[in-house]
Each structure stands twice: as structure tokens, then as C-alpha cells.
Design a protein around this ligand. Structure first.
Ligand code: NAG
Length: 238
């Protein structure tokens, strides 16, 4: 009888060990999840189109490209991107790009992104000023106006820049990327230059950082808690 009891005890202990081990290893293997067939790769599309090295560099260094991929994954209203060519950047006043701080670089890139998919023949349906992902489209902020003419001629006006949509690089019903031969210069970034220091970083971005940080912390805490549970389970099973 005593042997039987010991035997049962052993089985119980072993299975407990096995399951707690299983739990620990499955939870630690949880992240990162395998990537599902994702949205179109903006960077690859631009690389293939060949004359967008500066815009690509900006998209990457500001991490806007990662952000857009995330947003496209969430399958919202899609995106429209106006991609300035390298020549467009070289036509900026010399040193203009280097003079921007990180915040302004992000704003400049986001100003070239509209948070809806707009087919080339639908720009006449857009009401002015169009809202870009740089934010406020109010006067002196980030307004972007569009006018259309026959033959899909689309003209973009920022208050500083006036240029046409020069071609379609990509369009799939969710993401449209159009070529522009001028960098779209937002008033907020380029007009306020001579009138004092750069504007303070936006509140919204700070809030986003805080949210990001607390998310990271809760993940750490979660993992610590799991680790503790695993350790206790392991200790109990000995
Ligand atoms: C953009 O359009 C709005 C509304 O029509 C107008 O008030 C504003 O002056 C325009 N801005 C530019 C730069 O064209």
C-alpha cells in the first residue's frame, strides 16, 4: 500500500513538472508571433522604383515606415503616400533638410501621407484642406490643398509648394503611392523657420511615447509574474 502511494506520488509529481515546464516554455516562446502575410512593403516598392533613396532614408530613420506598416495591417481606410524623388529633395534649399530636428523630420514625412486610400481619379472628391498624418490642417499648420483638372491632373498646394502628382508608383485598392517632383513643404515646418526657435515637440507624440513605455512595462511585469509562477511551480513540484 505504501509503495502504491509512493508510486502515485511520483506520477503526480512528474506530470506536474511536465505541465509546468510546458507552460513555461510555451509562454516564453509566445513572442514574437510569426508574421502573417502582411501589407505591401512600402520600402521595397520604393526601392524598386529606384529614385527615392532620400525619402526611403527618411521613412526609415523616422520609423514612419514601421508605423505605416502597422497601420496598414489594421486594415483601416488605407493610405495615400506622395513620394518625392531624390531630385525633388536636391531642389530644396541647401541645408534645409539637415536643419530640421527629429520632430520636424517626422512631421515632414507624415505630411506626405494621407490616412485614406485615394485613387488617382478620385481626388476631386477630397475637400480642402486635406488632412495629412502630420496632423492639424489649419492655417499655418499642415494644410494640403488639392485641385484637379481634366485628364487626372492633380495639383497639390501647401502654401509654400505647388506641384503636380507626376505619376503612380503603386496602387492596390488600399495603398497608393504617387510620385511628386517637389518635396511638399508644410507651412508649420518651413515657414516658421525665420521666426524663432523650432516648435516644442508635440504633446500627442509624448503621450504616444508614454503609452509605448507603459506597454513595455506591463509586458515586463507580466513576464516577471510568469517567471515567478514557473519558479514556484517548479519548487513545489520537487
Ligand atoms: C486651401 O483651401 C482652403 C479652403 O478652400 C483655403 O481657405 C486656403 O487658403 C487654401 N490654401 C492654399 C495654400 O491653397
Amino acid at each position: 500500500m505504501a509503495i502504491m502511494k509512493q508510486y502515485l506520488n511520483l506520477i503526480f509529481t512528474l506530470s506536474f513538472l511536465f505541465f509546468s515546464h510546458l507552460h513555461c516554455s510555451t509562454t516564453s516562446a509566445q513572442s514574437p508571433a510569426p508574421a502573417p502575410p502582411g501589407p505591401p512593403d512600402i520600402i521595397k516598392i520604393l526601392e524598386k522604383a529606384n529614385q527615392y533613396t532620400i525619402f526611403i532614408r527618411l521613412l526609415k530613420s523616422t520609423q514612419v515606415s514601421d508605423r505605416l506598416i502597422g497601420e496598414l495591417k489594421d486594415a483601416d481606410d488605407g493610405k495615400t503616400i506622395f513620394a518625392p524623388t531624390d531630385k525633388a529633395f536636391s531642389n530644396l534649399k541647401s541645408g534645409a533638410l539637415n536643419a530640421l530636428n527629429d520632430e520636424q523630420r517626422v512631421e515632414l514625412v507624415l505630411y506626405h501621407v494621407v490616412p485614406i486610400y485615394i485613387p488617382l481619379n478620385q481626388f476631386q472628391t477630397v475637400s480642402n484642406p486635406m488632412r495629412t498624418q502630420a496632423g492639424d490642417s489649419g492655417d499655418g499648420e499642415f494644410p494640403l490643398n488639392v485641385t484637379t483638372a481634366a485628364g487626372n491632373t492633380v495639383t497639390l498646394m501647401t502654401g509654400l509648394t505647388k506641384t503636380r502628382v507626376a505619376g503612380t508608383i503603386y496602387a492596390d485598392g488600399q495603398l497608393a503611392i504617387y510620385r511628386v517632383d517637389r518635396v511638399l513643404e508644410p507651412l508649420q515646418v518651413f515657414a516658421s523657420r525665420s521666426s524663432g526657435p523650432a516648435p516644442a515637440p508635440g504633446k500627442s507624440r509624448k503621450a504616444a511615447d508614454v503609452a509605448e513605455n507603459s506597454k513595455a512595462w506591463s509586458l515586463v511585469l507580466h513576464n516577471l509574474a510568469l517567471f515567478a509562477v514557473c519558479v514556484i511551480a517548479f519548487a513545489l513540484s520537487l
